[in-house]
Design a protein around this ligand. Structure first.
Ligand code: HEM
Length: 407
C-alpha cells in the first residue's frame, strides 16, 4: 500500500463509489421489466414493474414535511444524528420518527458474518475498489440517462463539486470497517439518502427545466435505483473478474451482501434486489446495459471528472492518461460517446501491460526484465487515482433539499 493507509484507501474508495450515483442524462429507453422476483433476496414478490414503483412509505411523508414547512427544523435536528446505534434526536415530528425507526432497522436476512467478511474484502481490495468505483462506476454514471437528468435539475446540480463530496459519503461509509455496526454511519447515510430521494420525487416535477427536458413525471423509480445500483457493485465485480484478481467465493458473496443491504436501507424493495451474482448480472444485462446512452450533460460531467486529476498530479493524472484509462475500462463505444480522444501511447500501454501488471501485483507473475518502469507507472496511476477522489471527501451532512436547481 506504499504511502497509503488502509483508511485512506477505503476513504477514497468511498468517494469514488458514490460518484456512480451522480450523472446527467437523457431519458432511458422504456423497456418492459421481465426479471423475476424469484431471483431476489425476497425470493418472491408481486412482480410489479419497478419503473412504476417509487417509495410508498417515504414519499408521502417527505412531501408532507416539505409542504408543512418542517424541513429546516428536521434537517437541523438530523445533523446531530450521525451513528447507526444513536437514538433519534428528540423533537422530530412523530410521523417522521415512526418512519425512521422502521427504516433504520436491518432486515431479517442481514448476515453479520458476511458483513465481517465484506470488511476483510474491502481491506484487501480497497485500492482496486477505489479505482473501479471512480473510473468504471463514475464514468458509467455519465452515460446513464434518467438518474443523471434528475441530478442535473435538482438542487445539487447547481454545484457539482459539492455534490461529489456529498455523495462520496455513502461510498466511504459502506467501505468502513464499522459500516453497519452501532458506531458506523452507513445506516444513517442510507436512511437520510432515502429521505433525500423522496424529497426529489416531490420537488423535481415542479421544476420547469425538468418538465421541459424529462420524459417522465416522477423520478427515481425502483427500476432507476437498481440501474444505479448495478453501476456500482455489479460493474466493479465485473472488472475485478476480468482482471483475474483472485477473489474467494465467500468474499465475493460478502461484498454483494453489503450492497444488497445498502439497497434495502435505501428503500429498494427486496423483491428487486438480486440474491446472487448470477442474478445480479442477468438483471444488469436487462436494466443497465440497454439504457446507456450519450448525452450533452454526460459529456460535460465526464469532462469535469477527467479534469479533476490535474489538481493532484498534472503528470500522471493528466487528462490524456485518465481518458485512456476510461477507454480501457469502458471500451471504445462509451469513450466515443464521451468524446474522449484516442491516445495511442497510453491506450497501448494499458492494453498491453494492465493484465500482467495485475498478475505481478497479485504475485502470480514475475516482473519481466525491462518492464519495471511501466509497472511502477501503473502502480502510481492507481494510487494517484485514489488520492484524487480522497481529496473530494469532506465531512458532510446529507440534508433534505427544499428546492431544485435554479439554473
Ligand atoms: C441524492 C446515493 C440512486 C438522484 C443522493 C445522495 C446520495 C445518493 C448519497 C445524497 C447526496 C446529496 O445530498 O447530495 C444514491 C445511491 C443510489 C442512488 C447509492 C442507488 C443505489 C439515484 C437515482 C437517481 C438519484 C436512481 C435518479 C434517477 C438523486 C438526486 C439527489 C440524490 C436528484 C439529490 C441531489 C440534490 O438535490 O442535492 N443519492 N443515489 N439517485 N440522488 Fe441518489
Amino acid at each position: 500500500m506504499g504511502g497509503f493507509s488502509r483508511r485512506d484507501v477505503l476513504k477514497a474508495g468511498g468517494a469514488l463509489g458514490t460518484i456512480g450515483a451522480l450523472s446527467f442524462a437523457t431519458p432511458a429507453q422504456a423497456r418492459v421489466w421481465t426479471w423475476s422476483p424469484s431471483g431476489s433476496v425476497a425470493g418472491t414478490g408481486a412482480g410489479l414493474d419497478p419503473r412504476w414503483v417509487w417509495d410508498e412509505e417515504a414519499d408521502p411523508l417527505v412531501a408532507s414535511l416539505i409542504d408543512r414547512g418542517d424541513v429546516p427544523r428536521v434537517n437541523a435536528l438530523l445533523r446531530t444524528w450521525t451513528k447507526n446505534g444513536q437514538p433519534l434526536p428528540d423533537g422530530l415530528p412523530a410521523d417522521l420518527r415512526d418512519f425512521m425507526e422502521k427504516a433504520r432497522s436491518m432486515p431479517a436476512w442481514a448476515d453479520r458474518g458476511k458483513l465481517a467478511t465484506a470488511v476483510e474484502f474491502n481491506d484487501k481490495r480497497g485500492l482496486y475498489l477505489g479505482v473501479l468505483y471512480g473510473f468504471a462506476s463514475g464514468m458509467i454514471s455519465t452515460v446513464i440517462p434518467k438518474e443523471a437528468r434528475a441530478v442535473y435539475y435538482s438542487q445539487g446540480g447547481a454545484d457539482m463539486k459539492d455534490r461529489i463530496s456529498k455523495t462520496a459519503k455513502l461510498g466511504y461509509d459502506i467501505g468502513s470497517r464499522n459500516a453497519y455496526d452501532d458506531d458506523g454511519e452507513m445506516i444513517v447515510t442510507c436512511v437520510k439518502t432515502r429521505l433525500v430521494h423522496a424529497a426529489v420525487r416531490h420537488l423535481l416535477p415542479k421544476s420547469p427545466h425538468w418538465q421541459g427536458a424529462a420524459d417522465e413525471e416522477i423520478p427515481i423509480s425502483q427500476a432507476d435505483m437498481m440501474v444505479t445500483w448495478h453501476s456500482l457493485p455489479t460493474t466493479v465485480m465485473k472488472h475485478l473478474t476480468s482482471w483475474k484478481v483472485p477473489i474467494p467465493d465467500h468474499e465475493s458473496v460478502a461484498f454483494l451482501h453489503s450492497w444488497q443491504l445498502a439497497g434495502h436501507m435505501l428503500g429498494i424493495r427486496d423483491e428487486y434486489i438480486p440474491a446472487s451474482w448470477a442474478e445480479a448480472n442477468s438483471q444488469a444485462e436487462q436494466v443497465l446495459d440497454p439504457v446507456l446512452a450519450p448525452t450533452p450533460e454526460g459529456v460535460k460531467l465526464a469532462e469535469i471528472l477527467l479534469g479533476l486529476g490535474a489538481q493532484i498530479d498534472a503528470g500522471i493524472l493528466s487528462k490524456r492518461i485518465l481518458g485512456a484509462f476510461t477507454r480501457f475500462l469502458l471500451g471504445d463505444q462509451i469513450a466515443g460517446w464521451l468524446k474522449i480522444r484516442r491516445y495511442p501511447f497510453w491506450d497501448g500501454v494499458l492494453d498491453t501491460f494492465w493484465e500482467p501488471f495485475i498478475a505481478v501485483r497479485e504475485g502470480v507473475l514475475k516482473v519481466f526484465p525491462g518492464t519495471d518502469n511501466v509497472y511502477w507507472l501503473l502502480d502510481e496511476l492507481i494510487r494517484k487515482l485514489v488520492l484524487l477522489y480522497l481529496s473530494e471527501l469532506k465531512e458532510i451532512s446529507i440534508e433534505i433539499p427544499l428546492t431544485n436547481n435554479p439554473n
